[in-house]
Design a protein around this ligand. Structure first.
Ligand SMILES: Nc1nc2c(c(=O)[nH]1)N[C@@H](CN(C=O)c1ccc(C(=O)N[C@@H](CCC(=O)O)C(=O)O)cc1)CN2
Length: 340
């Protein structure tokens, strides 16, 4: 096992299975006719424009990449590994590669069939671990059932773990006096939205709904590191609504479409919705529309600020991935490496 010195760097079931990964598309059938598209009815001053903020971050990154190329002759490189042919995963992988091209990164990709063996996948990861052109490695989740996600994520070099899912990175996130090399992209994006919107976090009550390894748990740790008083609620929490309705900041990542209704929200609270669910909507060309884990209009009526779905947290996930990869390339340019 690697012995890690990571203080050097700083930076920052349908129901339950979906909640473990996020933001991810979940399909929700709906008998009643579709409601009108949500964010139209809400004043712009209440909306957190995740897409706009992500675009700003991406152009900041493009400038830094150009500088890095000039100063060090180094181009950041991201490797994206896709196993199988899930439509949503294919879309996210395509978006990641496109985002790389737009900011001037090199991107590397390996697409493997759904029945690939764990050993083959481990070989691909090992090759990217050893490739000096690659500064970040991302294995798109979820993986097919026969592959141990744990084994694959553990195999990614912590120096290149731009998803921040390696247990050593998560462990450092959880410990006082330690900093992870990388923070998982979706929760990092949630905090970046709060910070760019100048939402005070220290001393505030925060409620994180959902306890997944990739969103809920790291989001709670990040809020706590910023001196919020954090309560995590989940499917076994008695009266989650009451706890949530006392929070100044709500991060909803439970994987249940529109579960968080207006009566969960304290007047003036800031609401960050991580969910992405497809809801039948006959008025839409595709026959569905995307909704979050928050019932948007009801929550927006109570909140001071709220993220829409789509256009909220989702685009930030990719912006944070680029940020993590850039940071990894910067460390490589400076010859920094975690101790193994
Ligand atoms: N290895 C990883 N796998 C997965 C992660 C992850 O962070 N690392 N997260 C999710 C999926 N995801 C990135 O991979 C992701 C999800 C959604 C979006 C996004 O921009 N969503 C848009 C809507 C897109 C649509 O129309 O469907 C939005 O919310 O506006 C980006 C990335 C699971 N797997």
């Amino acid at each position: 096992m690697a012995s890690l010195t990571c203080q050097r760097h700083m930076g920052a079931s349908s129901r339950t299975a979906a909640a473990r990964r996020s933001p991810v598309l979940r399909v929700v059938a709906q008998a009643a006719p579709a409601a009108p598209t949500a964010s139209h009815a809400v004043p712009a001053s209440k909306l957190i424009d995740g897409k706009g903020i992500a675009d700003t971050i991406r152009s900041e990154i493009a400038t830094e990449v150009a500088d890095m190329k000039k100063q060090y002759g180094l181009t950041p490189g991201l490797a994206v590994v896709l196993v199988g042919a899930r439509k949503d995963s294919e879309t996210y992988v395509r978006s990641k590669k496109k985002a790389c091209a737009e900011v001037g990164f090199d991107s590397f990709g390996t697409d493997l069939p759904a029945d690939v063996s764990e050993e083959e996948l481990l070989k691909v990861v090992a090759a990217y671990n050893a490739d000096p052109r690659v500064h970040g490695i991302l294995v798109q989740l979820p993986l097919p059932k026969h592959i141990s996600e744990k084994r694959i994520l553990d195999a990614i070099s912590i120096d290149k773990d731009v998803d921040g899912f390696h247990p050593l990175n998560i462990g450092c996130l959880a410990m006082r006096g330690r900093d992870p090399l990388f923070v998982p992209c979706t929760p990092k994006g949630c905090i970046e939205l709060l910070e760019r919107m100048k939402v005070p976090i220290a001393g505030k009550k925060a409620c994180v709904i959902g306890r997944s390894n990739i969103v809920g748990m790291p989001a709670a740790l990040l809020l706590q590191r910023r001196d919020a008083t954090v309560t995590m609620v989940h499917s076994k929490t008695p009266d989650a609504k009451k706890i949530c309705s006392e929070a100044d900041i709500v991060i909803a990542a439970c994987g249940v479409a529109e579960m968080v209704t207006g009566d969960w929200i304290k007047p003036g609270a800031v609401v960050i919705d991580v969910g992405i669910n497809a809801k039948d909507d006959a008025t839409q060309k595709k026959g569905y529309r995307l909704v979050g884990d928050v019932e948007f209009e009801g929550a927006a009526a109570k909140a001071s600020l709220i993220t829409p779905v789509p256009g909220g947290v989702g685009p930030m996930t990719i912006a944070m991935l680029l940020q993590n990869t850039l940071e990894s390339a910067r460390r490589a340019a400076k010859g920094e490496k975690a101790h193994h």
